[in-house]
Design a protein around this ligand. Structure first.
Ligand code: CP
Length: 311
C-alpha cells in the first residue's frame, strides 16, 4: 500500500490499512534508531516548522528530533515570542512561514479544528500535533504501535482508557485507532468526564474502576485536563485519586501481563501511584521512544517515502 495524503489531520478519517502502513514504517524507523548512525537523508533540503501555540515537551521535541534524523532543516516557532502576541492571525502566520518555503507545518493549537482550517489553504503539509480536545493523531499512533510491538497484535485485546475522556484529544485518537484495529475499548472515569455519548464510538462506558480494569490487557491512564475544564468536574484531586487512581490493589485485577500506559505529563499520586509509573508493567517511556519512530514514519510517508525503502 502507498500513502497518498498530503496532511495528517486526524485518525478518524484514516483506514485501518493506512494506520497499519504508518505502524509498519515506524518499525523500520525504530530499527534505524537502534543503529550507530541514526540519520537518513529522506527529508534533505526540506524545512519543517514546529508551530506550537500550546505547551509541549514530548511532542515538540519528538517532532524536532524526527525531522533532524530525516535530515530536514527545523524551525521551532515559539508562540509567546511571536507576532501572534501582537494580533497576527494563524492564517497570516502560516502564509509568512510558507513565503520562507516551509514544507511542513506541525501545529499544536488549543482550538479544535485548527489544523483542518490550515489545510484548506496551506501549500505545505500540515500535521496535527494536538488540537484542543479533538485529536492527537501521532499520540494515538504511537500508543497503538507500542501495544502492537509488545503484544504482537491489537485485535481482540481489552484496552481500558481511564481518566478525563471528555476533554482528551489523546482519548479520541486512541479510540479511533484501536477500534479500527479491532480492540475492545472500555472507558472509565467520573461520570462528568465519561459521558455515555462515547458508546456511539463503539466503546463500553463504565464509572466503576474495578469493573473497567478487571482482566484488561492494557490500561491507558489520562491526565485531568484542568486547562480545558470550564467548571469543577469532581470534588477534589484526592477523591479522584482514591476512586480512579491506579494503585497496587487495583493492579491485581489486571491481566498479569498487562501494560500500563500514560501519554504524559504524569501527575504522580493522582492518576497513578509513583511506584507503578516506574514499575515493571509500565511502558510509559517506551511510548516516548516509539513516538520518535512514529513521527519519522509520518514525515517520511507524507514526503512521498515508500515502505521497505528506509535506508
Ligand atoms: N503526550 C503529549 O502530548 O505530551 P506533550 O504535551 O508534552 O507534548
Amino acid at each position: 500500500m502507498i500513502w497518498n495524503r498530503r496532511h495528517l489531520l486526524d485518525l478518524q478519517s484514516l483506514s485501518s490499512e493506512e494506520i497499519n502502513l504508518i505502524l509498519d514504517v515506524a518499525r523500520e524507523f525504530r530499527a534505524v534508531g537502534e543503529r550507530d548512525v541514526k540519520k537518513v537523508s529522506a527529508l534533505q533540503g526540506k524545512t519543517v516548522v514546529n508551530l506550537f501555540v500550546e505547551p509541549s515537551t514530548r511532542t515538540r521535541i519528538s517532532f524536532e528530533l524526527a525531522a533532524l534524523r530525516l535530515s530536514a532543516d527545523v524551525i521551532n516557532f515559539t508562540a509567546e515570542a511571536s507576532s501572534l502576541k501582537k494580533g497576527e492571525t494563524l492564517k497570516d502566520t502560516v502564509r509568512n512561514l510558507e513565503a520562507m518555503n516551509a514544507d511542513f507545518i506541525i501545529l499544536r493549537h488549543g482550538a479544535s479544528g485548527a489544523p483542518h482550517f490550515l489545510s484548506r489553504f496551506a501549500r505545505s503539509h500540515v500535521i496535527n500535533a494536538g488540537d484542543g480536545a479533538h485529536e492527537h493523531p501521532t499520540q494515538g499512533l504511537l500508543d497503538a504501535f507500542t501495544i502492537r510491538e509488545r503484544k504482537g497484535r491489537i485485535a481482540g485485546l481489552k484496552v481500558t482508557i481511564l481518566g478525563d475522556i471528555l476533554y482528551s484529544r489523546v482519548a479520541r485518537s486512541n479510540i479511533w485507532a484501536l477500534k479500527k484495529l479491532g480492540a475492545d475499548v472500555t472507558l472509565c472515569g467520573p461520570p462528568t468526564l465519561v459521558p455515555r455519548v462515547f458508546e456511539q464510538m463503539g466503546c463500553r462506558v463504565t464509572w466503576n474502576v474495578e469493573e473497567a480494569i478487571r482482566g484488561a490487557d492494557v490500561v491507558n491512564l489520562l491526565r485531568i485536563q484542568h486547562e480545558r475544564q470550564r467548571k469543577t468536574m469532581f470534588p477534589s484531586i484526592g477523591e479522584y485519586a482514591s476512586l480512579f487512581g491506579l494503585n497496587q490493589a487495583r493492579m491485581s485485577l489486571l491481566h498479569p501481563e498487562a501494560l500500563i500506559m500514560h501519554p504524559g505529563p504524569i501527575n504522580r499520586g493522582v492518576e497513578i501511584e509513583s511506584e507503578l509509573a516506574d514499575g515493571g508493567r509500565s511502558v510509559i517511556l517506551e511510548q516516548v521512544t516509539n513516538g520518535l519512530a512514529v513521527r519519522m514514519a509520518v514525515l517520511y510517508l507524507i514526503n512521498g517515502g515508500r515502505p521497505g525503502e528506509v535506508h
